[in-house]
Design a protein around this ligand. Structure first.
Ligand code: 13P
Ligand code: SF4
Length: 322
């Protein structure tokens, strides 16, 4: 709970300024900080970010920034990725509880057992995993480069793909290769209703269905275009259609609408009557928490050096292969 009343000067400061945007801009200069944000963040966080992108773009930005402080408006594995690439920089995450159901679906001890059962396999892990899983992997990928990375490997190379079974299945379809899939998934991308999607397609017959590959196969079969969030955003700009049904977390629609103000974007509805197409982890970050994280220089992402350096190797391989 935040307050605008003054508090004792010991402990973290929690007084919010009237002009939050202005105060964040001032802190950014004072700290030589950069704000990196994912498209699934609230609109006001997207609007104040220095760089807005998908997981690959954010990792690339984190790898090349010369800022002293990285304020990561995204989820824990993304901020951890920034720390893996920048061990000497201060990496802040506005809310440390901003986790990810997909990353949680792959516990390191169980994954180590799984790897032991497939000793000849190369491990490709989707970036939506913890630093411990990255440290056990040979190559990291994101939704925008997974197909490209698998296509660069010898066709007879046995592969474990973790943790997202839907992206894994999509990559198998696109490459024609077989892979052993870890059975993880994302609660947001599993939430979409096939029936409600079909109803929307009937209501908007000229709309294109654009989808993230984390969606379940029965939904993906309706998609006119499948790509990462950046891929979907770019497609929505260049397509000559004016209506799009968007099968991914609804935060991306803020950016789609900004880039194409005259087009109509319709969020695909979840099965239940809920806001389940908003990622509950991403949405833990708020502009207020972001400001306080910068003001107090906490919560900070830390990790032991052995894990970090082991996780760096497959990250570097990804960046080279992208
Ligand atoms: P991209 O950022 O690769 O589009 O993936 C979306 C996602 O689920 C991030 O958690
Ligand atoms: Fe994780 Fe899904 Fe949220 Fe992305 S949308 S951070 S994969 S829970």
């Amino acid at each position: 709970m935040f307050t605008t009343a003054p508090t004792a000067q010991t402990g973290p400061k929690n007084v919010l300024p009237k002009d939050l945007f202005g105060a964040i801009e001032a802190l950014k200069k004072e700290m030589n900080a950069v704000i990196l944000a994912h498209y699934y963040q609230d609109a006001d966080i997207q609007d104040i970010a220095d760089y807005l992108g998908d997981s690959l773009g954010l990792a690339q930005q984190a790898a090349q920034t010369d800022a002293d402080v990285i304020v990561f408006a995204g989820v824990h594995f993304m901020a951890e990725t920034a720390k893996i690439l920048n061990p000497t920089k201060l990496v802040l995450l506005p809310d440390l509880d901003a986790g990810c159901s997909l990353a949680d679906s792959c516990p390191p001890d169980k994954f180590a057992d799984f790897k032991r059962q497939h000793p000849d396999h190369l491990v490709i892990s989707y970036i939506n995993c913890t630093a411990d899983i990255k440290a056990m992997s040979d190559i990291i990928c994101t939704s925008s480069n997974a197909v490209k990375i698998v296509q660069q490997l010898p066709t007879d190379q046995p592969i474990i793909f973790a943790p997202d079974r839907n992206l894994g299945r999509y990559v198998m379809e696109q490459t024609g290769l077989d892979m052993v899939l870890w059975q993880g998934s994302c609660i947001v991308h599993e939430t979409f209703s096939e029936k409600k999607l079909v109803d929307l397609m009937i209501k908007y017959p000229n709309a294109e269905v654009i989808a993230h590959p984390e969606c379940e196969p029965p939904l993906l079969k309706y998609a006119n275009y499948i790509a990462s969030t950046t891929g979907l955003l770019n497609y929505s700009q260049k397509s000559d259609r004016n209506q799009f049904i968007v099968l991914t977390e609804s935060g991306i629609i803020h950016q789609m609408q900004k880039k194409s103000p005259n087009k109509h974007f319709i969020p695909a509805p979840p099965i239940a009557n809920c806001a389940c197409n908003e990622c509950p982890y991403m949405r833990l970050n708020t502009l207020e928490k972001l400001y306080l994280a910068m003001l107090n220089k906490t919560p900070e992402i830390t990790m032991d050096e052995a894990t970090r350096s082991a996780a760096l190797r497959p990250m570097q391989r990804m960046l080279e292969m992208s």
